[in-house]
Design a protein around this ligand. Sequence first.
Ligand SMILES: Nc1ncnc2c1ncn2[C@@H]1O[C@H](COP(=O)(O)OP(=O)(O)OP(=O)(O)O)[C@@H](O)[C@H]1O
Ligand code: SF4
Ligand SMILES: [Mg+2]
Length: 331
Amino acid sequence: MPMLDIKNLTLEIDNGTSRVKALDRVNLTIKSGEIRALVGESGSGKSLIVAAISGALPDQFYLTADRMDWNGESLLSMSSEQRREIMRRDIAVVFQNPISALDPSATLGEQLEESIPAELVEGKWFWQRRKSRRKAAISTVHKVGIKHHRNYLNAYPHQIPTDIGQKFMIAMALISQPKLLIVDDPTRGMETTTKTQVLKLLTRLNQTRSLSILFISHDLLAISSMAHTMTVLYCGQSVESGRMKMLRKRPLHPYTKALLDSAPSFRHDLPPKSILPNMDGTIPSLKHVPIGCRLGPRCPRAQKDCVITPAVRRIHDHTYSCHFPLHMEKL
Ligand SMILES: Nc1ncnc2c1ncn2[C@@H]1O[C@H](COP(=O)(O)OP(=O)(O)OP(=O)(O)O)[C@@H](O)[C@H]1O
Ligand code: SF4
Ligand SMILES: [Mg+2]
């Protein structure tokens, strides 16, 4: 049974005059010990999925789902306390651009220590518990590759460089020893060394602690080096999902292929200085979503049947939604 099991998640946003379907019947599962990548162009709805899982949705957002379960329990029908408890102990989220969410009036050390769940703090007396919190904070910042903890734990958010801030947010997420870590674009803007450190850390945590990870990124090379499975999102719809190796070798959906082809080293046959093959056009605005398959106007394989929304099809653990998939002859 998957740890996180989402089926037909739909999210409508009321923009004052009408409602737009920002997520349309999205499916997503994460098993214990799995690293799943969630990819798609900017505006495809990745961060909305994170918001839906964390339950942090504004009033004008309307969410429905056939299933949204955490370890077999419905997140949608549990009380808000139960849901908060799951987000406090089991699922940790590093939101996109998270540093702005830090409290500017407290030091990083104070904020980190406050995030430690009471049951993980050792000792009976307050000084023992204070020491235990400090120890956990120092060991967690070391774990994420922040070496000179003294310089940073006593600093305020505005006093630290961005790369330290990004690593610190991962430390904040890890300190509660979650079962699932959701990281939304954690390496954007990071220089290569820091990025490599963060990716290695996530891979190590997955291998040594069996931490499950939902890894959202635009960095397809990073994704391919660490993710076991991948879900591809286009304009609020999950268009293809399956094992990373399978998707790289034989993507069935034209959009997955275009995405993979946009990363140069994914193509074995890309001659030097050739123009990157990609799709024409851009992702449509939510107000002007095409009928049927949302990729239709950009898709090189589109035919008249594509005005009918393609159903989800499954071949073993590989799912796709396309009337005219690629590579079918090889399956
Ligand atoms: N609060 C909001 N109100 C109205 N529309 C929103 C809101 N948040 C997101 N959207 C819209 O929902 C769509 C998906 O946005 P989302 O931020 O999830 O994309 P994303 O895939 O995370 O993009 P990126 O890769 O740039 O982070 C976009 O069209 C966006 O404009
Ligand atoms: S259903 Fe049609 S338009 Fe959509 S991806 Fe497949 S071929 Fe392209
Ligand atoms: Mg986003």
